[in-house]
Design a protein around this ligand. Structure first.
Ligand SMILES: Cc1cc2nc3c(=O)[nH]c(=O)nc-3n(C[C@H](O)[C@H](O)[C@H](O)COP(=O)(O)OP(=O)(O)OC[C@H]3O[C@@H](n4cnc5c(N)ncnc54)[C@H](O)[C@@H]3O)c2cc1C
Length: 261
């Protein structure tokens, strides 16, 4: 039977662009450029490598995100994933990690899976807890923060590198794993891959398709919400010290005044 791999990929605001909060203090995801979270490219890469090793496997990429999140799915499809699932529903706006994990869990159950692969953290929220919550919701084992991952004989095995030791871990399938940025460079989409991605299926789902009530998601269904947010002050131009014989002294005085020395 085919090995069904679902990869959770997040569409995040481009860190090089202007990022801001919307009026309701949620992250503005509509009016900013976004992309596939860089750390999730590692998850896609590992899924593709596992699929290449298996006799028969199918890689589905899944995102919960606004309309533009399709761009993240297209990127993953052009890397080589077989199909995509996009959960987009206005009521999801404002969902925290608890509500987001509920939507992802229901979409994964609907899609069918043997292995779920996530990134180690998103590059915007960076909580790094979603894979663990997801495993709990699905009622399956979790093996997180792997820098090496393999599937053999109905089991997923992997290596987790810590500060003082490396652990070799295994879990029976179905399971949820997350992979780190040490798991192996993600491939670039080829021209052929980009063209092929245009024809690959993208399933669009709303809350009704997943039997989720509106009040289970969004700000109403979330355990946390942002109370206030202040923009960081703009960077100042800095002070240029012209060395007219006293430059070194002035520099030392500045460093001392800032308690650097
Ligand atoms: C339209 C929209 C509005 C949101 N509004 C809020 C808000 O107001 N307040 C709030 O706290 N949160 C909000 N969220 C959710 C938030 O952005 C995170 O998705 C969620 O809280 C998980 O946190 P994280 O990204 O830090 O997870 P992490 O634990 O850092 O993520 C680990 C991994 O989980 C997977 N993952 C995480 N999020 C997604 C996703 N959306 N789709 C697919 N895979 C995912 C990725 O593989 C990722 O690498 C919103 C999300 C969306 C899509």
């Amino acid at each position: 039977m085919s090995l069904r791999i679902v990869v959770c990929v997040k569409y995040v605001p481009d860190a090089t662009g202007d990022r801001k909060f919307a009026d309701d203090l949620t992250v503005d995801r509509e009016d900013v450029d976004g992309l596939l979270s860089e750390l999730d490219e590692y998850a896609v890469e590992q899924a593709l490598q596992i699929a290449e090793e298996a006799d028969d496997a199918e890689v589905t990429v899944l995102t919960v995100g606004p309309e533009d999140a399709r761009d993240a799915l297209r990127k993953a499809l052009s890397m080589g994933a077989d199909k995509a699932v996009h959960v987009d529903d206005e009521s999801i706006h404002g969902s925290d990690v608890m509500a987001t994990s509920l939507v992802l869990a229901k979409a994964i159950e609907k899609t069918g899976y043997d292995l779920v692969i996530a990134g180690m953290a998103s590059t915007d929220g960076t909580m790094g807890v979603l894979p663990a919550i997801l495993a709990e919701r699905l009622g399956v084992p979790q093996v997180t923060l792997l820098s090496e991952v393999k599937v053999e004989d109905g089991k997923v095995t992997g290596r987790r590198d810590g500060d003082t030791a490396s652990e070799q871990l295994e879990a029976s399938l179905p399971a949820v794993v997350s992979v780190t940025d040490q798991s192996g460079e993600a491939r670039y989409p080829s021209f052929k891959g980009i063209m092929a991605a245009k024809k690959k299926p993208v399933e669009e789902l709303e809350l009704d398709d997943l039997d989720i009530d509106e009040d289970e998601v969004g700000l109403a269904g979330s355990w946390t919400a942002v109370d206030s947010a202040d923009e960081r002050p703009a960077r100042t131009a800095g002070t240029i010290v012209k060395d007219e014989g006293e430059g070194g002294k002035q520099l030392a005085e500045y460093l001392a005044s800032q308690k650097f020395i």
